[in-house]
Design a protein around this ligand. Structure first.
Ligand SMILES: O=P(O)(O)OC[C@H]1O[C@H](OP(=O)(O)OP(=O)(O)O)[C@H](O)[C@@H]1O
Ligand SMILES: O=c1cc[nH]c(=O)[nH]1
Ligand SMILES: [Mg+2]
Length: 212
């Protein structure tokens, strides 16, 4: 089984509380979601491999470290995943960005895909799939199914990153993609009867884009 990590840095916890508040404005919600994305990027890249590089400082020649290994890709699950991309890109600006469009059918809670566009060499990259919410897990599972089955990305090269996860979604995602690492800023209590995370933060996409 791959890693499951709750990134409970105090700054992340504080910022998450700001956006859980139902009175947070669209502006605040959008800004803070990106800030948390940036802070999460610091943690999810912790295991990136390094290699030695010879450089010359103004004082002397020296051997230092630089990132090596696979190139990176960020794949937001539209729409809400877009809200974390700019913050992550701030830290890893060379990463390519793929997009997968997915909405949850409000009756069945099944994920419906409506768009997909990835870097052509996605199977050679370390891929961070991002979506603020992991509720039933249907959307994340459908996105990962697509990457693994259709684009031949190996599970070991995929990390799923969210802000708020429900235990039900974590369990489902781990069962269907056991080799994908999962990072979340919070593990909440449960899902309600409509498939929303409790306490959660409501509908992330609507709150980021001000559509409700
Ligand atoms: O784990 P699940 O039960 O699949 O729920 C989580 C999904 O629901 C939300 O998207 P939504 O369908 O609201 O689309 P949006 O991002 O366009 O608002 C959220 O951003 C996830 O993608
Ligand atoms: O709580 C939830 C569940 C699914 N999608 C959201 O945006 N929020
Ligand atoms: Mg939504």
């Amino acid at each position: 089984m791959a890693k499951f990590t709750v990134v409970d840095h105090p700054l992340i916890q504080h910022k998450l509380t700001l956006i859980r508040d139902k009175d947070a404005s669209t502006k605040v919600f959008r800004e803070v979601t990106n800030e948390i994305g940036m802070l999460m990027a610091y943690e999810i890249t912790r295991d990136l491999p390094l290699e030695d590089v010879e450089i010359e400082t103004p004082i002397t020649k020296t051997t230092q470290k630089q990132l090596s290994g696979k190139k990176l890709a960020i794949v937001p699950i539209l729409r809400a995943g877009l809200g974390m991309v700019d913050g992550i890109i701030d830290l890893i600006p060379a990463a390519r960005v793929g997009h997968i469009g997915m909405y949850r059918d409000p009756e069945t809670l099944e994920a419906v895909e409506y768009f997909a566009k990835f870097p052509s060499d996605i199977q050679e990259r370390q891929v961070f799939v991002v979506d603020p919410m992991l509720a039933t897990g249907a959307s994340a599972i459908a996105a990962l199914d697509q990457l693994v089955d259709k684009y031949n990305v190996s599970e070991e090269h995929i990390t799923f990153v969210c802000l708020v996860a429900a235990p039900e979604g974590v369990k489902a995602l781990q069962a269907s993609h056991p080799n994908v690492d999962i990072y979340t800023a919070a593990l909440d209590e449960k899902l309600n009867d409509h498939g929303y995370i409790v306490p959660g933060l409501g509908d992330a996409g609507d709150r980021i884009f001000g559509t409700k």
